[in-house]
Design a protein around this ligand. Structure first.
Ligand code: SF4
Length: 336
């Protein structure tokens, strides 16, 4: 009986094999594997289609993507979180073509007084360090400048000097003989008088910023820079060439008030051709050509110290102008 059963089974097997050629079977099996995306797994493992497979793990994702038809290199983005000490790998996301700008905010200690933050009390947004660096860079540019003919004959350019957080700026017309030699503003006799005027206002020279509208020495006779009495006021072209440097200085320092010393400076900065006598004695709002200021800055015109040396009778009027500035700034004259 057993032999009969064995023979019957053998006969069925023979019939089955004759009905299915070996090549057909191999071909069908290969087709099933490719459809499932598993070229390297056993044929009896039925994998679900790729798009329905949940992403359970990174290793599974890698496996499926490697087996996908017409595979493309998977781009990956990597980010590291030090706080959590984890490394996240995300496949399939585009790699940024340009590095992203990252802003790192420096933590500020709580309760730091404004004065210690080195921010201008006038409200400028730059720190003292930023102002110092910006003014130093500007001064270096001025010292190499030859935008106008004054650059060919000067001994030294005179960018200006003083407190980068000054509430008050004094602006003259241009360097003279002494300034040209020292590269500093208002260091001759007129400068000594200006120092006295500043002291009379209850300030020190180091607390204000002093500059000129032209940064190089205008000379009557440029062929003889060694001569005394060779000074002149800058002309309109020289002022037009140079004023952007002063405007940049003002925009960096952001004083409350600019005092224009003399008619040339006053007319250029107030943009009014009236005489100094007509311009002085009142405040104007400063309007600059090359920069816009974040808040209004006032300007007041008064006599140039050199003019006061020649005409001491004008000192009373100059003192009246300075008292207007003092009242505006809340300054008191030092007691004698
Ligand atoms: S006066 Fe001003 S513009 Fe002329 S060369 Fe000197 S810095 Fe340059």
């Amino acid at each position: 009986m057993a032999d009969k059963s064995v023979r019957a089974l053998a006969a069925e097997l023979k019939n089955f094999l004759s009905a299915h050629e070996e090549e057909d079977f191999i071909s069908a099996a290969a087709t099933n594997q490719a459809a499932a995306g598993f070229s390297h797994v056993k044929a009896d493992v039925q994998a679900p289609p790729l798009h329905t497979k949940p992403a359970h793990s990174v290793s599974e994702q890698v496996l499926y993507q490697e087996a996908a038809p017409a595979p493309k290199p998977a781009k990956k983005a990597v980010s590291h979180s030090p706080a959590q000490d984890t490394l996240t790998v995300v496949f399939g996301q585009p790699v940024p073509q340009h590095p992203q700008t990252i802003t790192v905010e420096k933590p500020q200690p709580a309760g730091t007084p404004a004065a210690e933050e080195n921010v201008s009390p006038a409200g400028g947004a730059m720190t003292t360090e930023e102002k110092t660096a910006a003014l130093a860079e500007l001064a270096a540019t001025i010292k190499n400048c030859s935008r106008c003919p004054l650059g060919d004959t000067r001994l030294n350019a005179v960018p200006g000097e003083g407190n980068v957080n000054a509430r008050l700026m004094f602006v003259g017309e241009g360097p003279g003989y002494d300034e040209d030699r020292q590269g500093r503003p208002f260091v001759g006799r007129a400068g000594q008088l200006l120092d006295k005027m500043i002291a009379a206002m209850g300030l020190k020279r180091e607390e204000v910023f002093i500059a000129n509208i032209a940064k190089c020495h205008p000379m009557v006779d440029p062929q003889h820079p060694e001569k005394h009495g060779n000074d002149r006021a800058p002309n309109a072209q020289e002022i037009a060439c140079c004023r952007k440097y002063l405007e940049k200085q003002i925009s960096i320092i952001m004083p409350e008030i600019v005092v224009a010393l003399g008619g040339v400076s006053a007319k250029a900065l107030i943009a009014d051709a009236k005489s100094l006598g007509a311009l002085r004695g009142k405040f104007y709002t400063l309007s600059l050509d090359s920069v816009s200021l974040p808040r209004p800055v006032k300007i007041l015109a008064t006599f140039h110290p050199a003019a006061l040396l020649r005409n001491p009778g004008w000192k009373k009027d100059a003192w009246a102008d300075l008292q207007m500035v003092m009242a505006h700034m809340g300054l008191k004259a030092p007691s004698k």
